[in-house]
Design a protein around this ligand. Structure first.
Ligand code: DON
Length: 436
């Protein structure tokens, strides 16, 4: 909410430059007319090829958008990573891996192919894998109707609103589903699925016909990047391990036979759909969704691909950009009377803990007591906690008294490697002076 405390001399509000940037990004690709709308589904063949929209959702739940970000379209293959996540969540990694692999296939999304050795679909992003994954949801004995409702409900939790189906598009696709029916027959003949080919394709096609907008999709994919908590509603929808695995498979197989080029040029785990949507997420940062129906030869949106390329290059959003996490984890080392206070800051993970240990182990301290001050630490992950615990123990074994100053309880549950705890200090001498 905006706070009304503007300086009387200010003439206008300070606004974010991001919406304007996104509009300019759309303008930069607007005139690109190459590619074709998908024509193997009659209702998609007659779709308007012109809409162009983009939305971005941060893991803090802020949405930025431009253009046709509220125009509804069907998920199609964009449903695949979310259905995969649901199957992982319900059935566990082992069961899912016994049904579908996680290697890029290097083939078209609708190829009639299985892994030569295992006779399993290569990955959950191609149709063969997605039809098999769909069958895992809500148990093998589920009716089509119940299974599809469980999927719709998960997609709704991810979007933060109740989603529905595009019925006419669904039945238009089912009338021309020979290819997916052959895939389902193939899966059944190898014992990968139990349902009839008809029911398996019906269930999968309804999953593909769930309707969303780019704005919904930005929040849905940001939920994966946020470890499973929907950033706007705050609801935990998926487990962090499930999200990590889903994003990993998206990064290797989400863009079909363009996956290698995509990772090099864009570097954002992504998934495309034949209705023109494209989603991507940078773990811990944001989710992005674009909508533009004309597709390239691989079945990926032409202008969507251009938008992602530009965003990645212009905004430094490539996954492989090095983030110097932990470089400045030790903010200061201060002598305070009898104590030496080691002031930590930021997020403490493996790399941050490593740099803290390096700082501590390469110094001589004159004070008798060493204190870790974690008031400026934002978060400590499990590895960071274990490493700080073992460092505190080494400090004690080296002959120092130890203590932690942790009023926000960032180190809650920290136990040293010998099972003892570090004394918690109620205050620090000279703290007021430092904060001022
Ligand atoms: O099964 C199909 O062919 C469609 N329902 C979905 C394919 C799709 O979106 C491929 N992605 N680019």
């Amino acid at each position: 909410m905006r706070r009304r405390n503007r300086y009387p001399g200010a003439v206008q509000e300070i606004t974010s430059p991001i919406p304007q940037y996104l509009s300019a990004l759309l303008d930069a690709v607007r005139d690109e007319q190459s590619g074709h709308v998908a024509d193997y589904i009659p209702e998609l063949a007659s779709a308007d090829p012109n809409p162009l929209g983009i939305a971005m959702c941060t893991v803090s739940g802020r949405i930025y958008s431009a253009g046709d970000c509220d125009v509804p379209f069907t998920l199609q293959s964009i449903s695949k990573p979310f259905a995969y996540a649901l199957a992982l969540q319900e059935r566990g990694i082992e069961t899912v891996m016994a049904t579908v692999g996680m290697e890029p296939s290097g083939e078209a999304f609708n190829e009639l192919s299985l892994d030569g050795k295992s006779n399993l679909p290569m990955n959950p992003m191609i149709n063969a894998g997605a039809i098999a994954v769909n069958q895992l949801i809500n148990g093998e004995d589920s009716t089509v109707e119940d299974r599809v409702e469980v999927i719709r409900s998960l997609m709704s939790d991810l979007a933060g609103r109740d989603l529905g189906f595009n019925e006419s598009l669904c039945y238009s696709e089912l009338d021309h589903a020979d290819r997916n029916l052959s895939i389902a027959h193939m899966l059944r003949s190898y014992g990968v699925i139990r349902d009839t080919a008809h029911d398996a394709v019906l269930s999968y096609t309804r999953q593909c016909a769930i309707e969303t907008t780019a704005r919904d999709l930005a929040a849905m994919v940001a939920t994966l990047g946020n470890g499973g908590v929907q950033p706007i509603t705050g609801k935990r929808v998926l487990d962090p391990d499930v999200c990590r695995l889903t994003m990993a498979v998206m990064s290797s197989a989400g863009m079909y036979d363009a996956a290698g080029r995509w990772m090099a040029r864009v570097g954002i785990p992504a998934k495309s759909g034949v209705s023109g949507g494209l989603i991507g997420t940078l773990p811990g940062q944001l989710g992005i969704a674009t909508f533009s129906p004309r597709l390239d030869q691989e079945g990926n949106s032409v202008r969507g691909t251009m938008l992602f390329e530009k965003l990645s290059q212009q905004m430094g959003l490539h996954l492989m950009n090095p983030l110097p996490v932990g470089v400045h984890a030790v903010r200061a080392i201060e002598e305070r009377g009898e104590d030496t206070v080691i002031v930590l800051q930021g997020m403490i993970n493996f790399s941050a803990a490593e740099s803290i240990i390096h700082e501590i182990s390469t110094r001589d301290f004159s004070a008798h007591r060493l204190v870790l001050d974690v008031t400026r630490v934002v978060q400590v992950d499990g590895v960071g906690k274990r490493m700080l615990g073992s460092t505190l123990l080494r400090m004690r074994r080296a002959g120092y008294d130890i203590g932690v100053y942790d009023p926000e309880k960032r180190l809650l549950g920290l136990v040293l490697s010998d099972g003892t705890r570090a004394p918690r200090l109620k205050g620090l001498k000279g703290l007021k002076e430092r904060l001022r």
